[in-house]
Design a binder for this molecule. Structure first.
Ligand code: PFF
Length: 454
C-alpha cells in the first residue's frame, strides 16, 4: 500500500505568508501599542528590537531546524531527535502552551468580530470615552455574547485548519496577508497625516530611557517571543511542512522583519492618532477597544475606518490562531493517529471550553483569582512570560548543545546549497550556546521574582 505523502507548503510565498501570518497578530496590534505606551515609547522599542534580532532570530532558526529536519509534529520531532529523553518535555510544553494561548486569544478574537458588527450600529461611535468604556466593560463581562463571538472566531479558524496545509492554511494566508498589509499601511498614513500627529511619531521614534521601568525588560522579551510565535512549537510545526530546498535563514529573517515592520506600522496607525486627539498613550489593553473608537468617532468616515480597523484585527488574529491550532492538530493526527477532521473537532472543543472559562473570568467568574489575576490574565501572563521563554530556552539549548554542529549547518545551508559565512554561523552557534540561554534564564528568573534588577 502506498503511504500518502505528507501535506506541506506548495510555494515559497505560501510559507512566507503563513509564517508571517502566525507572527503578525493581536500581539502586534493589541499588545505592542499599549506596551509601548506604558513603557516609555521608543526606548522600549529599542530593547524589543535587540531581543528580536539577537535572541529570537537564533531561536527561530532552531525551531525551523528541528521541524524541517524531522518532518514531524513537535512531539514526533523530539522523539526522532532525542528518543526517551528529557527533551521530550519540549513537546509537552508546546501543547500545553498552545491551549493556554488559544484560550485567551480566542476570546479577544471574538471581541474583534463583535466590534466589526458594532462599528455599523448607529450610536456606537462616540467621542465620550466614559460611554465607550462602559460599552466595552459591559460587553466583555456579559456571559453570553462574548462567548458566542469567541466560538464563531474559533470555528472560523477550525474551518481553515480542517482544509490542511496547502488547501487550508496556505490558501487563506495568501489572500489574507496582502490585504492585511495594505489596510494597515492605509490606516498608518491616515493617522500620521492628522493635525497634531507629530507628537505621537516622536513618542515612537525618540527614546527616553528615563521612562523605562525594570519590568519593561521582561515585558519586551515576553512580547518578542509572543509576537514571533516562538517557544511553543509553532515554528517547529510549520517548519516540518517546508521543503528541503527552501532556505530556513531567509524565511526566518524575512518573517521576523515583516513582523517587526507590522508592529511599527500598527504603532504608527494607533499612537499618532491617540496623541492627535489629546489622549494618554498608556491606556492599557483597552486601547484598541475604547480609545480607538473614541478617535474614529471624531474622524470623517469614522464608521468605515472603525470597521476596517477591526477587520484588520480579525484577519491578523485569524492567521495566528490557525497556527496555534495546527500545533495541536498535527500532534493529534500524527501521534494519536486521529483523522484531521476529528483532531480539529477535538481541539475546537477543548480550546472552546478553556476559552469559555477565560471569557467568563471577565464577568461571572471574576472572583476566581490566583496571584491577584483572573483566569484570562493568568493564562496570558503564564504563557507569555513563563512558558514561552521556558520552551524557547529548551529549544536553543537543544540545538546549541545537543545537536551536532554539522547537522545544524547542514539544515541552515540546505546541505551546502546556500552559503553561510563562517562568522555568521559562529555567531549563531554562540547565541544558541551562550547568549540566548543566559539572557532568557536571567529574564525568566526575574519574571518569577527570584532575582531583582534595579
Ligand atoms: N504571534 C501571535 C501574535 O503576535 O499575536 C501570537 C501567537 C501565535 C503566539 C502563534 C504563539 C503562536 F504559536
Amino acid at each position: 500500500m502506498k503511504i500518502p505523502e505528507r501535506d506541506g507548503f506548495a510555494s515559497r510565498f505560501g510559507i512566507l505568508v503563513a509564517v508571517a501570518g502566525s507572527a503578525v497578530g493581536l500581539g502586534n496590534l493589541w499588545r505592542f501599542p499599549y506596551l509601548v505606551g506604558n513603557n516609555g515609547g521608543a526606548a522600549f522599542i529599542l530593547i524589543y528590537l535587540l531581543f528580536v534580532f539577537l535572541l529570537c532570530l537564533p531561536i527561530m532558526f532552531s525551531e525551523f531546524v528541528i521541524g524541517r529536519r524531522t518532518g514531524a509534529n513537535v512531539f514526533g520531532a523530539m522523539k526522532k531527535l532525542a528518543p526517551r529523553s528529557g527533551w521530550l518535555s519540549i513537546g509537552v510544553i508546546s501543547v500545553v502552551t498552545s491551549f493556554c494561548i488559544l484560550s485567551f486569544y480566542s476570546v479577544v478574537g471574538g471581541w474583534t468580530v463583535d466590534y466589526i458588527i458594532r462599528s455599523f450600529s448607529p450610536g456606537f461611535l462616540t467621542a465620550d470615552s466614559g460611554a465607550l468604556s462602559d460599552t466595552f466593560k459591559h460587553f466583555i463581562s456579559s456571559p453570553l455574547r462574548p462567548a458566542v463571538m469567541m466560538l464563531i472566531f474559533l470555528g472560523l479558524s477550525a474551518l481553515i485548519v480542517s482544509g490542511g496545509i496547502k488547501n487550508g492554511i496556505e490558501r487563506y494566508s495568501k489572500i489574507l496577508m496582502p490585504v492585511l498589509f495594505l489596510l494597515i499601511v492605509i490606516l498608518a498614513i491616515r493617522s500620521v497625516t492628522l493635525p497634531g500627529a507629530s507628537q505621537g511619531v516622536n513618542f515612537l521614534f525618540n527614546p527616553d530611557f528615563s521612562k523605562l521601568k525594570s519590568d519593561s525588560i521582561l515585558a519586551a522579551l515576553g512580547q518578542a517571543f509572543f509576537s514571533l510565535s516562538l517557544g511553543m512549537g509553532c515554528i517547529i510545526t510549520y517548519g516540518s511542512y517546508v521543503k528541503k530546498k527552501e532556505s530556513i535563514v531567509k524565511i526566518s529573517v524575512i518573517s521576523s522583519l515583516a513582523d517587526t515592520l507590522f508592529a511599527i506600522l500598527a504603532g504608527l496607525a494607533i499612537l499618532p492618532a491617540v496623541f492627535a486627539f489629546g489622549i494618554s498613550p498608556g491606556e492599557g489593553p483597552g486601547l484598541v477597544f475604547i480609545t480607538l473608537p473614541q478617535i474614529f468617532a471624531q474622524m470623517p468616515g469614522g464608521m468605515i475606518i472603525s470597521a476596517a480597523f477591526f477587520v484588520i484585527l480579525l484577519v491578523a488574529a485569524l492567521t495566528s490562531e490557525i497556527s496555534l491550532l495546527e500545533v495541536v492538530v498535527a500532534y493529534l493526527t500524527e501521534e494519536l493517529k486521529l483523522t484531521r477532521r476529528t483532531a480539529v473537532v477535538l481541539t475546537f472543543a477543548v480550546a472552546g471550553f478553556f476559552g469559555l472559562l477565560c471569557s467568563l473570568s471577565e464577568g461571572t467568574l471574576s472572583e476566581y483569582r490566583l496571584f491577584g489575576k483572573n483566569i484570562f490574565d493568568l493564562f496570558d501572563y503564564t504563557a507569555s512570560n513563563i512558558l514561552l521563554p521556558a520552551g524557547g530556552l529548551l529549544m536553543v539549548m537543544f540545538t546549541g548543545w545537543k545537536m551536532k554542529k554539522a547537522d545544524l549547518l547542514d539544515e541552515l545551508t540546505n546541505g551546502g546549497m546556500h552559503t553561510m559565512s563562517r562568522y555568521l554561523f559562529k555567531g549563531v552557534v554562540f547565541s544558541l550556546k551562550f547568549l540566548a540561554p543566559v539572557a532568557i534564564t536571567f529574564v525568566l528568573l526575574y519574571g518569577l521574582g527570584l532575582i531583582k534588577l534595579f
